[in-house]
Design a protein around this ligand. Structure first.
Ligand SMILES: N[C@@H](CCC(=O)N[C@@H](CS)C(=O)NCC(=O)O)C(=O)O
Length: 108
């Protein structure tokens, strides 16, 4: 079960960062192709984002799956809301919708 401490940590990260990416590895050195693809997309959007390497925190890795009810990584949160993983982000980006979602979040 998701501990209150972990829940508070996740809620704090996703509310303090307009774009929060939970990935495998770092933005500079992603450790998985799906995480690398998401980082690349957000780099092209040119807005600041924060990442957390879930490979370094097993509790967070498990806790996020419960928090979002999503079993894999990357996990992308924009404006405190879970958006999806790699496939969803790619689709939103291909449709030109990701930039709009990000712009709306940043300008709030
Ligand atoms: N189709 C997924 C691909 C991501 C994926 O399959 N991730 C796997 C392998 S990197 C994962 O996170 N598995 C659970 C885990 O490692 O804890 C997406 O759209 O994000």
């Amino acid at each position: 079960m998701l501990s209150p401490i972990l829940q508070t940590k996740i809620e704090s990260q996703i509310s303090n960062n307009k774009i929060m990416l939970y990935i495998k590895g770092t933005a500079q050195q992603p450790q998985c192709g799906f995480s690398a693809a998401v980082v690349q997309v957000f780099n092209t959007l040119g807005q600041p984002y924060e990442t957390e390497n879930i490979l370094e925190d097993g509790e967070l890795r498990q806790g996020l799956k419960e928090f979002s009810s999503w079993p894999t990584f990357p996990q992308v949160y924009i404006d405190g809301e879970f958006v999806g993983g790699c496939d969803i982000v790619m689709e939103l980006n291909n449709r030109g919708e990701l930039a709009t979602i990000v712009q709306e979040a940043i300008s709030k």
